[in-house]
Design a protein around this ligand. Structure first.
Ligand code: ADP
Length: 300
């Protein structure tokens, strides 16, 4: 015997006539919608993106490699305009690499194959370091960047690379969506049994109507063609998904023209939590790359 799995959506609604409620009683409408096919299509789309992103990585690595080589070998001859061209090409190659990594992360999240390596992580140290690393980028826009709260010794259970990714995303966004000369303040603190990292900026802010969509895939508020801002609208979706995998969350408060505060909250480390998270972790975790994760099963 072979079985075929069907995914169905069942909607049950009650219908009552307003004038003769008592006589005819109520009726119920049941709609059954077979979603098997649309799910299959969705899965095919995800597979396609995953495959395309994988295939793009190899030639991109070659491009970046040769550009680096050119820079080293031609150090003396590469000057002025030509040096700028090569540097710009390297920057663009890096942006393309980030985009590919984002697409891969999204497909892993959708397929449930994003493997996190759970261990004890000092979140305060990570957050503090991330802010230090962002000074240079902030400085280029003349944005002041400050940090308050613990700088170490605040332990959580998590994937260190993934947690850094969340904080970096919030910081990069704050810098990207704040005018030159603005300011960003990062606060680290304990709230009950959790730690909260909040990133507050004096940037463009987000319209109320956009807030419910902010954490969905590909959604961008300040992404108009003439805005000059580049991005994919994937960063917050990925960050929120990763936060939730850690039992945490990301929330936002914002006022247009005034600024935004994004807050990442995650439970503190307890022995029970460490056990629980490690249990959920697949046994044969492979080596992590310098950024991103290795999937358990790349069946594409
Ligand atoms: P990306 O930055 O690549 O567009 P994200 O998912 O990180 O994607 O962000 C989605 C959208 O949310 C951005 O396009 C931007 O319009 C808005 N946004 C994110 N962070 C901020 C912020 N700190 N201030 C104002 N708008 C923001």
């Amino acid at each position: 015997k072979t079985y075929v799995i069907h995914y169905v959506k069942v909607i049950v609604s009650q219908v009552r006539s307003s004038n003769d409620q008592e006589q005819s009683g109520s009726h119920t409408i049941v709609t059954i919608h077979d979603e098997t096919r649309s799910r299959e299509l969705e899965a095919m789309k995800v597979d396609f993106v995953s495959m395309a992103a994988h295939e793009l990585r190899t030639p991109l690595a070659a491009i970046s490699g040769y550009l680096e080589l050119l820079k080293i070998k031609e150090r003396e001859n590469l000057q002025g305009e030509n040096k700028r061209y090569v540097d710009q090409a390297l920057i663009s190659a890096k942006e393309l690499g980030d985009l590919i990594n984002n697409l891969l992360d999204v497909t892993r999240i959708e397929k449930g194959t994003l493997a996190l390596h759970m261990e004890e992580v000092d979140l305060a140290a990570s957050a503090h370091q991330a802010v230090q690393d962002a000074y240079f980028t902030a400085q280029k826009k003349n944005i002041s960047l400050s940090y308050a709260g613990e700088e170490n010794n605040c332990m959580v259970v998590g994937d260190e690379v993934a947690l850094r990714e969340i904080i970096n995303n919030l910081l990069t966004n704050a810098i990207k969506y704040t005018e030159n000369g603005g300011s960003i303040h990062v606060n680290f603190g304990k709230r009950g049994q959790t730690f909260a990292v909040s990133v507050k900026d004096t940037g463009y802010g987000i319209p109320k109507a956009s807030l419910p969509n902010l954490f969905t895939k590909f959604y961008r508020v300040h992404g108009g063609l003439d805005s000059g801002s580049t991005g994919t609208g994937l960063g917050l979706y990925i960050s929120k998904s990763i936060a939730e995998r850690h039992g945490g969350t990301i929330t936002v408060e914002s006022q247009e023209g005034i600024g935004s505060t994004f807050t990442f909250i995650i439970p503190e480390l307890t022995a029970a939590r460490l056990d629980e998270m490690k249990q959920k972790q697949p046994g044969n975790l492979n080596v992590r790359r310098h950024r991103g994760w290795v999937t358990q099963n790349i069946n594409r």
